[in-house]
Design a protein. Sequence first.
Length: 305
Amino acid sequence: MELRHLRYFCAVADWNGFNRAARALHTSQSSISAQIRDLEQEIGVTLFNRAQSRVSLTPAGEKFLEEARRLLAGADRAVDVAQRTARGEIGSLSIGFLIWGTGTFFPGVIRAFRELYPGVHLSLMEMMSVTQSEALLKGMIDVAFTRPLEPPYDRQLRSEMLYMDPLVAVLPAGHRQAGRPLQLAALADERFVVCDRSAAPTIFDKIIALCAQAGFVPKIAQTSNLISSVLTLIQAGEGVTLIPSSLQHFRFSDLAICPLTKPTGTIELVMAWSPERDDVVKTAFLDFIRSKKKFIRSSLKVESV
């Protein structure tokens, strides 16, 4: 028994006759009659009363009709699910992100993706950049919003830059340099509070390199694995630091944000994934984020390339 047998059977039952069913299905009456005879012979049950005036279902045919309709509906659902899955409209995706790197754009693009792909289940996990790379390799996440990949991950994974974020100086609100752009050399005698390199190697190295360009080695007084802890320490007057300018969107109190005039520096946010784990849902998500680059950059007011 095949699905076409069930479709022909349901059509004859719905149209109360072979001739009308044949016209509805754009086939011949003899073809439908032959298919129904084959079906009845296969299951060993008479499904229709074939009187000269009209065709009607037997009691067995009425029950068979209920089950046939369920089977056809299930088959149609299976086809729809398979097609939507092949188009990337159904499935699951795990995404790692830096809360301090994704700024204000992340909630908006995630909502927009959910609206466009309601059949895709998203798992969102806040992770440090160093752990995101390992998570991609192990298949714990499918896509990462992270800092530029460090060796050896830069050879094992793929990445694409989303934006370049200028670095700004962060000082206690009452600092003598607060309230105006400054040259980094003006902070040469200050104590620096920074994220530990083990937690944020990209920004740590960038701070060291910029200070070297300005002609000094920063006096690192304290380090932390969390940027929130770094900023809390600066609020307490424990030092100064450099952060991506997009973090200003979080509106920290008791801090002064000062643009750098010389030297200036930027830090990238990238979208990363493993080429070893490819699927249509991930491809659909990557393409969606690419289509939102202009929105992302304009919402953060950061540089494009």
